[in-house]
Design a protein around this ligand. Structure first.
Ligand SMILES: CC(C)(COP(=O)(O)OP(=O)(O)OC[C@H]1O[C@@H](n2cnc3c(N)ncnc32)[C@H](O)[C@@H]1OP(=O)(O)O)[C@@H](O)C(=O)NCCC(=O)NCCS
Length: 197
């Protein structure tokens, strides 16, 4: 484990040796983090979260409690991962995505029912989207940026908008299969130089 400065990491957290941890990170009790995962600066991981191997947890992410994050999962900056969320392997979640665990907010009035949410293998959730509690998003589903998903999604396709609706079928080249996909690495050669924009 390679923690940065000002980190608070509880003794009961189980963190693999090869995990890299930025500055100002807090990791609470009973959190598990698998090998080769990177945790960015200013991340808060509350008790009971499970994070797999080869994940990227971007800066300022807030993981709010017990949840399960698979392997090769990429959470970009400022994501809020609610308690009860299950994220399967090879999921990409763009920045500023908020998930929730409660639908009817009875703040201070009792009877607050919590729901579990699942994001299936290979899903992509576009930046600044929100997911209402209790969804079971099928594998390979793509959610466009800025979407507000409030209704169940029954089959994989591209959904977008507020409320999110199906906008397209999935192009075949967008479907991930198998458990042994290559790691998503940042390859600068794929991107245009400033002169080419
Ligand atoms: C959803 C998405 C993948 C669709 O891309 P695409 O297949 O090229 O879709 P198109 O641009 O052909 O759009 C198809 C239609 O959906 C609409 N649409 C596309 N994305 C939308 C979005 N996010 N919200 C609302 N409508 C959207 C388009 O306006 C278009 O509508 P029209 O047919 O009435 O003109 C893409 O728009 C998107 O949101 N990507 C996510 C990007 C992101 O969050 N990246 C984060 C990591 S960098």
């Amino acid at each position: 484990m390679l923690p940065g400065q000002n980190c608070i990491i509880t003794l009961s957290a189980k963190i693999a040796d090869s995990v890299s941890i930025g500055h100002n990170v807090t990791i609470e009790n009973d959190v598990i983090v698998g090998p080769d995962t990177t945790i960015g600066h200013n991340v808060l991981i509350k008790s009971g979260a499970r994070i797999g191997h080869h994940c990227f947890i971007g800066p300022y992410c807030y993981i709010t409690g017990p949840c399960s994050i698979g392997n090769h999962v990429s959470l970009r900056a400022f994501d809020v991962i609610s308690r009860g969320l299950e994220i399967e392997d090879h999921v990409f979640i763009g920045s500023n995505v908020t998930t929730t665990s409660i639908i009817h907010i009875n703040y201070g009035r009792g009877n607050t029912r919590q729901f579990k949410t699942r994001i299936g293998f290979g899903c992509v959730i576009g930046s600044r989207s929100t997911l209402i509690a209790g969804l079971n998003i099928p594998p390979n589903t793509i959610i466009g940026q800025g979407s507000n998903v409030v209704k169940p999604i029954d089959h994989p396709a591209i959904y977008a908008g507020n409320p999110a609706r199906k906008i397209k079928d999935l192009p075949p080249d967008q479907i991930l299969e198998g458990e042994s996909l290559p790691l998503m690495a940042w390859d600068d050669s794929q991107y245009p130089t400033p002169e080419e924009w």
